[in-house]
Design a binder for this molecule. Structure first.
Ligand SMILES: C[S@@+](CC[C@H](N)C(=O)[O-])C[C@H]1O[C@@H](n2cnc3c(N)ncnc32)[C@H](O)[C@@H]1O
Length: 250
């Protein structure tokens, strides 16, 4: 993972998801605690805002794409009565997620290996869909969004969470300092070399993502995928971005 550049994210010809698989295979053991560190302790708030957007529509079924260690799926289970399906590329992350689900005694969550780019479900299967920290790892975000929207029933809610880049002359330099210096150091101290690498990777990966796909382009990609009423909410001075919309009734 360390030798590959951000430009390689998900773009290998032989295996389009090789970068993400390599990156996440080694992370599950300490992922949950360290995720809070990487988000400056804000991840829980951001997740809660995204899950709230879904919960208010009272869905009976939710697909959580890229659930990793199932933090979002567990929050969805606590805040809705829905049956929740989680699909993720990385078996190791799901194994850890499965253990957390079992520990919580939660019977409404099912987890399975699948790619966001090719979901193993018929059209309009779910009342709602969530995805978190996913689009930086796919080679074609617009096509992936079309595939995500495909499995949501017309009128159903789609909501997402992604890191953001704080704007302005004060917060941007502060964010850069945090992501370039503090994160790698704190990652190393708490999670060893693997997490120092994640710390180094994260800031440049986020900035590169928004250089290629500014927020307005995200909104357009959602709209082109058949999602309407798209709203964005920047949180924590821009460090987190929650998006929500509704699957268009054609
Ligand atoms: C940063 S983790 C986020 C996990 C979880 N959503 C959370 O908020 O804790 C990103 C997850 O995306 C998954 N992932 C990356 N590319 C994927 C793809 N193309 N299809 C499905 N899952 C993918 C990884 O395996 C990993 O579990």
């Amino acid at each position: 993972m360390g030798r590959r550049s951000d430009a390689a994210v998900g773009r290998s010809r032989e295996e389009p998801n090789a970068f993400a698989r390599d990156l996440f295979d080694g992370l599950p053991a300490r992922y949950d605690a360290l995720e809070e560190l990487l988000s400056f302790g804000q991840n829980h708030r951001w997740r809660s805002a995204m899950v709230g957007a879904v919960a208010e529509a009272r869905p009976r079924s939710v697909l959580d794409v890229a659930p990793g260690t199932a933090g979002v799926a567990l929050m969805l289970a606590r805040r809705t009565d829905a049956e929740i399906t989680g699909v993720d590329l990385t078996e190791q992350m799901l194994r850890r997620g499965g253990a957390r689900v079992a520990h919580a005694g939660e019977r409404r969550i099912r987890l399975a290996v699948a790619r966001a780019e090719q979901l193993p479900f018929p059209d309009a299967t779910f009342d709602a869909l969530t995805f978190t920290y996913l689009l930086r790892y796919v080679s074609d975000p617009a096509a992936t969004l079309r595939e995500l929207a495909r499995v949501v029933r017309p009128g159903g809610t789609v909501a997402s969470l992604e890191f953001g880049v704080p704007p302005g002359p004060v917060w941007l330099p502060a964010w850069r300092l945090y992501t370039r210096v503090v994160l790698p150091g704190a990652g190393y101290l708490t999670g060893g070399r693997e997490w120092a690498r994640v710390g180094r990777f994260l800031g440049p990966s986020i900035e590169e993502h928004y250089r290629r796909y500014p927020i307005q382009q995200h909104v357009e990609m959602w709209s082109d995928a058949g999602i309407e009423d798209v709203r964005t909410r920047s949180m924590s001075l821009g460090g987190g971005l929650v998006m929500r919309g509704r699957r268009r009734r054609d």
